[in-house]
Design a protein around this ligand. Structure first.
Ligand SMILES: Nc1ncnc2c1ncn2[C@@H]1O[C@H](COP(=O)(O)OP(=O)(O)OP(=O)(O)O)[C@@H](O)[C@H]1O
Ligand SMILES: [Mg+2]
Length: 328
């Protein structure tokens, strides 16, 4: 069975309904402190399906539990409770590892190796024959935008953060994985690097791979993903396609302006943010009345738009609804 979803640019995507990732009340409680007597519940009974061929984005503030969930799925962290399956096999199953790629958060590799040597080393772990490595390594370097000269001559300790991220992406793809886990793939990349990373992730989706990634960059997620989930303080608070979550809601107006009185603006608007004297947020009310108020306040209206929220606006609203103001 197949389902068709719509991306934010209105193009459609068809994928099979088989779950590539499935969890049932997956939990992780870390024990910390000198006597291991303090408990941190980093993942609370998480039940989730990610379907084959989907690009799934997991969002959340710092400390929300994104890396914990990803590492638990990969079998790096042992769950405290619940269960999960990758490609139909229980978490931690050795045979599944051949089909998985992983880009860790803040990757750290043996830094006396060159990028090329790292890729040869990773290829060796997957027992990829030299004859295939010879073509695959340069192709991956081109894909991630890392110069071959740098990959062959420079040791990893001489790489910039963005170069490490690029070689990290190449090693995650060395085994031509079916299922790819990326923990903050945009981290450390300049605007061009982020665009390239976005294109790589889209091309993985186009090639039928399942991609699961953690990110803070909501605008990127909105452009790339079929479905998203939001974690807050270890709890999966919502999960769905962009179409399902960002419903066209005509009762909201997204407005921005300059000047006025903060106390009055705060009463009119939700999720209002200020940058010096420029503000923006969500207004739920009569536009005429709102504009009359702005006139009284001697404030200037810069934009007013009705309808669908952006993923960022939706995310902020979810945090506000739960009274979450900063990372845990
Ligand atoms: N090994 C560990 N031991 C104890 N606590 C941990 C450990 N790893 C993570 N935690 C705690 O679990 C919670 C979730 O951390 P996690 O790294 O999963 O968050 P995250 O959403 O990936 O954050 P970020 O966006 O900053 O990467 C935090 O409170 C963190 O302090
Ligand atoms: Mg993390």
């Amino acid at each position: 069975m197949t389902v068709t979803t719509q991306r934010s640019d209105r193009s459609t995507e068809t994928y099979s309904i088989e779950a590539a990732i499935e969890t049932d009340r997956l939990r992780k409680v870390y024990r910390t402190g000198f006597w291991l007597d303090r408990k941190v519940e980093s993942l609370k009974e998480c039940t989730l399906q990610v379907y084959q061929g989907e690009t799934f984005g997991l969002l959340g503030l710092n400390g929300a539990g994104k890396t914990t969930l990803l590492k638990t799925l990969l079998g790096i962290v042992k769950p405290t409770g619940g269960k999960g399956f990758l490609l139909g096999k229980p978490l931690g199953d050795r045979s599944t590892k051949q089909k998985i790629g992983y880009l860790p958060e803040n990757p750290y590799f043996y830094d006396f190796l060159t990028g090329w040597e790292l890729l040869e080393y990773t290829a060796g772990l997957f027992e990829i024959p030299k004859s295939i490595q010879k073509h695959r390594i340069p192709a991956l370097l081109d894909l991630v935008g890392l110069a071959r000269s740098a990959a062959q001559k420079k040791q990893l300790r001489q790489y910039s953060k963005g170069m490490v991220q690029r070689v990290g992406m190449a090693q995650a793809l060395i085994n031509d994985p079916e299922l790819v886990f990326l923990d903050e793939p945009m981290s450390g990349l300049d605007p061009l690097g982020r665009k390239q990373m976005r294109e790589i992730i889209i091309s993985l989706g186009d090639a039928g791979k399942t991609v699961f990634f953690n990110s803070h960059v909501l605008t990127e997620v909105e452009q790339i993903c079929n479905r998203v989930g939001i974690l807050a303080q270890g709890e999966l608070i919502c999960c769905g396609t962009l179409g399902e979550l960002l419903t066209n809601d005509d009762k909201y107006y997204y407005v921005s302006g300059r000047g006025g009185n903060r106390e009055v603006l705060d009463r009119w608007m939700k999720n209002i943010t200020y940058h010096d004297d420029v503000w923006s947020g969500q207004m739920q009310g009569e536009p005429q009345e709102f504009m009359a108020t702005l006139q009284l306040l001697d404030a200037e209206l810069l934009s007013l738009r009705q309808g669908r929220a952006s993923l960022e606006e939706f995310f902020m609203e979810q945090m506000e609804l739960r009274g979450i103001r900063s990372s845990s």
